[in-house]
Design a protein around this ligand. Sequence first.
Ligand code: BGC
Ligand code: ZN
Length: 367
Amino acid sequence: MKAIAVYPGKKDSVHLEEIAKPAVTDIPNEMGVLVRVLKVGVDATDREINDALYGQAPPGDKHMVLGHESFGIVEAVGKKVRRVQVGDYVTATVRRPGKSIYDMIGTYDMTSEETYYERGINLLHGYLTEYFVDHEDYIVKVPKGLKHLHVLMEPMSCAAKAVQQAYEVQRRMRVWSPKTAFVFGVGQIGLLSALILKLRGLQVFSLARSKAGTLNSKIVEGLGSTYVSTAETSIDQLVKSVGKPDLIIDATGSSQMAFDGMRCLGLNGVLVWTSITGADRKIEVPSDKINLEWVLGNKLLLGSVNANREHFESGIRDLALGEMMYPGIVQQILTNPVEGLDRYEEMMKLLTNEKAALKVYMNIASE
Ligand code: BGC
Ligand code: ZN
């Protein structure tokens, strides 16, 4: 069968690779789930792997199959599988456990080992192919009523983890009850984070460079968040008019913005960084000022990566609630379908364009 792969470490090596079709019996103890892939989303991570910024091939292979945002339909299950049935719509988690204690209890997104194993990203093949198989523990059912949001399950899981982690660490405050949040960035993670925070009842401001009127700004408004163009209103001006937020989520992909967030967080607040910045940028920061404010304000900086099964499940519940609260809005994120695995060059081009598409995904098979 066909797969879209790269040679990790080699720039611009995206290509079609012929690979063997997996079988449900590849997974021991009759716990395998064979999935026929319908759609796979791609993001900046895929672009940066093709730019050879990170990513390693699975041991024994020169190539690595790309793709970590999966959506498919169950084609076969091992006898002991209980979570899903043939015909169910599913997605799959991305990271697989290493050997740390966090890996052993299902929180592989929190591994304390330097090496991490992620399908389509590092040391494991991904989902940009026709079929994949995995243990049922990593397969997550997608409700039929959400199949129009297909490849958003994985990005949603990362947003769900980021928000959940923020609430989790803020239990240090005993009575934390955030009122206002700033979300930096209106890409998929920024938009989905804004949705989750709106569903938790916060007043949300979504910050991005472009002037209002873009699709992204319309989605922000459709979700009940307030769009702020930093080209028109600086962060300082925003803080002057609405105060410092209790929570900031940075999802811009700009380390400059990530650090800017440190200048405007409210007392006792939490700033969450979610972007992976693979380059080597350096900026100057007002370190004395930040140091002082952060100590005097009991402020917290939190990094959040990946997501485990629980975050997929809670993310899916929030997508369902989101459809009730803001019908038809989230699907507007799904802007750029590419038809068929053969068109991998078109896929990569859409990811590389300066005015990058909001969401690129591949239609691999129909039901
Ligand atoms: C993926 C995450 C992954 C992270 C780091 C992101 O693009 O969505 O699942 O953990 O990259 O590799
Ligand atoms: Zn991703």
